[in-house]
Design a protein around this ligand. Structure first.
Ligand code: C2E
Ligand code: MG
Ligand code: MG
Ligand code: MG
Length: 285
């Protein structure tokens, strides 16, 4: 059989391929059509102010429902999209969709919620990224200060001079900039001073283990103080327990996300969540 296949020239699934490699190839092939087949959607995770305990925004998180394989986690498909370049199309769609929905929610609930969108390393390198963001702001009419872009530490330090230039241009649009997953890389805050960042998001690996690990607690306290010294707000992701929430409040962390507060929700569930909030919280912004 292998010989016959060889004569035909081309064969997708070589028998020696591992199961993982086959799955990856299958994902890669079907990801090309995922957008046009409307298999992608966004979930929204509430972000909570730790002083007032009211919602101040939400993070848009991409979801892919594959017709055969079911839900494919972003940790699996985002790296594939990053590698084959699809992230530019998918990322543009995420930005447009998130801002469109956010603008609609602002109108419906009369509340100033900030929408956070993840930007991949490759998008940051794309020549059209500043124009893309400007276009989305124009088309959706979302106030620039309510859009926040999240960039990982590794994406930023990959090409520092270039990243700094792009971030400066993005900042000129009036949007907010956040460094995501902070603490997982090796850059440290010294590097970050070169970028016009407004927000530091503590990686969930620290936050999740805060209540069982002394070191994580010490890191968090140090990061909060340093970030504040650099005039950045601090957001903790991955808050899973009441203890961690209390710890973060005591440590003067500004905002938080996590399963203990709210899971990422479908657009419908997110709207229901907003409707259930006491009016005082809903209109406090
Ligand atoms: P991230 O940007 O750091 O997003 C936070 C992740 O933590 C989300 O995972 C969220 O569901 C999860 N999370 C929130 N609260 C908790 C908690 O209390 N405990 C735990 N264990 N996890 C929590 P998700 O949605 O699976 O996304 C994973 C990553 O995929 C994101 O990490 C982000 O790096 C990437 N990603 C997701 N959507 C997009 C997108 O539209 N564009 C790009 N470039 N990357 C995306
Ligand atoms: Mg993020
Ligand atoms: Mg994060
Ligand atoms: Mg993270």
């Amino acid at each position: 059989r292998a010989k016959a296949a060889g004569r035909n020239g081309y064969r997708f699934f070589a028998p020696e391929m591992s199961v993982e490699a086959k799955t990856r190839m299958k994902l890669e092939l079907s990801l090309r059509h995922a957008l046009e087949r409307r298999e992608l959607s966004l979930h929204y995770q509430p972000r909570i102010d730790l002083k007032t305990m009211s919602i101040v925004g939400m993070e848009a998180l991409a979801r892919w429902h594959h017709p055969e394989l079911g839900d494919v986690p972003p940790m699996q498909f985002i790296p594939i999209a990053e590698e084959n370049g699809l992230i530019e199309t998918i990322g543009h769609w995420v930005l447009e969709e998130a801002c469109t929905q956010a603008q609609r929610l602002l109108g419906k609930f009369g509340r100033q919620l900030r929408i956070s969108v993840n930007l991949s390393a490759r998008q940051l390198k794309s020549r059209s990224i500043v124009e893309q963001v400007r276009g989305v702001l124009d088309r959706t009419g979302i106030p620039p200060q309510l859009l926040e872009l999240e960039l990982t530490e590794s994406a930023l330090i990959d090409d520092i001079a270039h990243s700094a230039g792009v971030l400066k241009q993005l900042k000129c649009l009036g949007i907010q900039l956040a460094v995501d997953d902070f603490g997982t890389g090796y850059s440290g805050l010294a590097y970050l001073r070169r970028f016009p960042l407004d927000v530091l998001k503590l990686d969930r690996s620290f936050v999740m283990h805060q209540d069982e690990d002394e070191n994580s607690s010490e890191f968090i306290k140090a990061f909060v103080d340093m970030a504040h010294a650099l005039k950045m707000a601090v957001v903790a992701e991955g808050v899973e327990t009441a203890e961690t929430l209390q710890f973060l409040r005591n440590a003067s962390c500004d905002e938080a996300q996590g399963y203990f507060l709210a899971r990422p929700l479908t657009l419908e569930a997110f709207e229901a969540y907003l409707s259930r909030l006491p009016a005082a919280q809903r209109h406090a912004g």
